[in-house]
Design a protein around this ligand. Sequence first.
Ligand code: PLP
Length: 385
Amino acid sequence: MTSTAPVAFFDMKAQQALIRAGIDAGIARVLDHGRFIQGPEVDALEGKLAAFAGVSHCVGVSSGTDALQIAMMAEGIGPGDAVFLPAFTYTATAEVPLVLGAAPVFVDVEEATFNLDLPDLERRVERVAREGRLRPRAVVGVDLYGLPADWPAIEALCARHGMFALDDAAQAFGARLHGKRLGGWGDAAACSFYPTKTLGCYGDGGALLTDDADRAALYRSLRTHGEGASRYEVLRTGMNGRLDSIQAAILLEKSTLLEGELAARARVAEWYADRLRPPVAAPAAPPGFESAWGIYSVLLPDAAARDRVQAALRADGLPFAVYYPKPLHHQPAYRAAHAASFDTAPPPPLPMSEDLSARVLSLPMHPYLTEAQVARVARAVMSAL
Ligand SMILES: *Cc1c(COP(=O)(O)O)cnc(C)c1O
């Protein structure tokens, strides 16, 4: 007997049922003390997440996007600066350099990891440096779907060129690389607590993690309009990028489940990998890379196969998604910036980013999936091929 009960793509209800009483009590405490902005829950959360990630500083902010922006503002990134980032990622990664007047330079990704292709990154950095119009200033490495990017290699390249290494860990909170959690890689890591991320609140939220005390102090100032030691001393142009006390209270409660949920996600990924067969390529982590399994994405041989699999899933009432159907350099918002990346010739192609967007497919992934549900999804996928 195959169940036809609904399968959730992300599941926030099963989790909420476990901690609803604690969430209600946490929100009630904030309503009672009334410190809705920068309340004690924000400090408590920052301490807890810094300890979890094994870093010295955590600065709560209003979203993952604002975390990226505050990190780049702290470096003074702006006009004349090149910021290198993958063409295959969520739009927020590329939006921030443009908002700050800097030039996003799109880099291709690897088929096996969906993350930055280091030789391609190096070629583009060297070309920008050689042309001399833009200054290579920063690399934003994205840990797509929860899998860490190749941080030792990104750090080494950034050190050679004097660039800032920023980890967009929005999809990967809790992931580990060579035993060290994200947050401890690169110069700083931007985290998102959007509800469907591996640690999510009930609204918007984010954080910056870093081991650098000077950067952490700048982040605290920038998230509160550039304030100095006293509230009405304005040292620099900042923004309103604070995390609400109510969201911090919710995150404190949810963080009690995090370790167990990360283990459950890894188990779900194994259940899938045991059942998916060629021509479906299940995601695999290189040795030493421990994904947070924020999103579970498989690769199909081509767009026609993806269409067939989508039709089979739809017929079985099973949810799926495509992250992302279009690489960023093809998006109207970024086309002009991409075309202007280099002076001497048009930018080199980004073939893997284009290819992946045509044949990637994301399947249900959350800590509360059962093995039977995973088997049902895998069966529907394999039946279509
Ligand atoms: C979700 C996400 C962001 C943005 O986070 P928000 O909290 O929604 O602003 C940035 N980068 C990546 C890769 C993301 O997945």
